[in-house]
Unconditional design. Structure first.
Length: 416
């Protein structure tokens, strides 16, 4: 059955997307409390974790964009430790922090990892990052029983970093013959790292915290609350994941909801069937967005309302994950530049789009120079036909500097 639905302007789709991500109402006014943080986490849906620290860690920035000067220490308490309301897992979108109530929705993936036949080539279902898949194939053949030894070490001594886990004290050298991409020159994973990442994917261990941002692994039953572990697994976890994704993005195509660039990576065939079921139940409303040929769907509770936002957006913000959708909705072609050779960078190294109203009006390259307590702005690049954003951007930069505990803001090149 062919679906079309009501016509929708791209401006309306953009406002719906911004509203779903918590930008429509502007930042909260008044005393900050943890309820607002929980609300912002719920709007974002997922906080991607990334090691780049040129400005601040990636998972902190989406809440700053939505809340302003909130406490990063409080987010740490919500993320790891006895007060944790989030858990870290890679299945959401890369490595990410998710609300603990989502844990039962991901058990089927952990179970699949435990049941994975690593000797199959190609693997019938990829249930872990490719580096783990390749590494586990080798460990299964070369070092039978090694994973069990790693688990026993964590059971006895955890929480531990991967570097602290070495059951037999055997470590691979970078100079060793190494056709295995799991220990390539970029990551240089040791066998214990491969094993513990597999145990993590399988749900047998979890991330208990971070030491200098390095993961601490411990048994899952010692990390997550007993009530979370005892919560029943839903009959159709994929349906629930797609509903969460739909609420989070507000509007998008089936690929935006379910594909590799969405909130969750789901099997395409069954995911599309679930989308059709959600249309039939009225939870997804078919629409045709101006300029987008593929069928789009609006979450039934998402509405088009005015957006008066002011925010610097992380490259890892859920609003911007899907670069193609960002281009379609905002007419803003955006690619992260941290892996681009310096000579080929156009707008800078760590470039944050600046959201003003309901449009992305500029690209702002940012760096926290902690040695001089300065928020450095190497370049500011306005978008074509952007309105004057000088004062709002200055206020946003000053707010960010305060939030980061920096005393100064230095702009090297004023916008053209």
């Amino acid at each position: 059955m062919k679906l079309i639905g009501d016509d929708l302007s791209v401006a309306a789709a953009r406002r719906i997307a911004l509203g779903a991500q918590g930008f429509a109402g502007g930042r909260p006014i008044g005393r900050f409390d943890v309820r607002r943080m929980r609300s912002a986490i719920g709007d974002a849906g997922v906080l991607q974790v990334d090691a780049v620290n040129v400005l601040t860690r990636a998972h902190y920035l989406p809440l700053f964009s939505r809340l302003g000067n909130y406490s990063r220490d409080r987010l740490d308490q919500l993320s790891w430790g006895p007060q944790a309301e989030l858990f870290e897992f890679f299945w959401a979108h890369k490595a990410a922090l998710l609300p603990v109530e989502y844990y039962p929705l991901l058990r089927h993936r952990m179970r699949a990892a435990r049941q994975q036949d690593w000797s199959a080539d190609p693997a019938p279902e990829i249930t872990a990052p490719w580096s783990v898949v390749v590494g586990m194939r080798r460990l299964q053949a070369e070092r039978p029983g090694f994973v069990e030894k790693v688990l026993a070490t964590i059971t006895e001594r955890g929480p531990l970093t991967a570097g602290e886990i070495s059951p037999d004290e055997v470590r691979r050298k970078r100079s060793d013959p190494d056709p295995d991409p799991s220990t390539g020159s970029m990551w240089n994973w040791q066998d214990a790292k491969i094993a513990v990442e597999y145990l993590y994917c399988a749900g047998l261990v979890s991330i208990a915290g971070r030491r200098n941002f390095e993961r601490l692994y411990d048994l899952t039953e010692r990390v997550l609350p007993a009530a979370v572990l005892a919560a029943p697994e839903p009959d159709d976890p994929q349906r629930e994941l797609i509903k969460i994704a739909a609420r989070g993005i507000g509007i998008g195509t089936a690929a935006d909801l379910c594909g590799s660039r969405g909130h969750y990576k789901l099997p395409t065939a069954t995911a599309r069937r679930t989308v059709a079921e959600l249309v039939e139940s009225g939870e997804l409303v078919p629409v045709q967005v101006e300029g987008i040929t593929k069928q789009s769907y609006r979450w039934h509770e998402s509405v088009d309302r005015p957006v008066n936002a002011r925010a610097l957006l992380s490259p890892f913000d859920p609003l911007l994950w899907n670069r193609d959708r960002t281009h379609q909705y905002f007419d803003f072609f955006y690619r992260i530049s941290i892996y681009t050779p310096a000579a080929d960078r156009i707008h800078g190294y760590y470039v944050l789009p600046f959201l003003l109203g309901d449009n992305l009006v500029a690209r702002v390259d940012l760096k926290a120079d902690r040695s001089t307590s300065t928020l450095v702005v190497p370049t500011i690049t306005p978008e074509p036909n952007a309105p004057d954003f000088t004062d709002p951007l200055r206020e946003e930069l000053e707010l960010m500097a305060t939030w980061l505990g920096l005393e100064n803001v230095t702009v090297r090149n004023e916008p053209c």
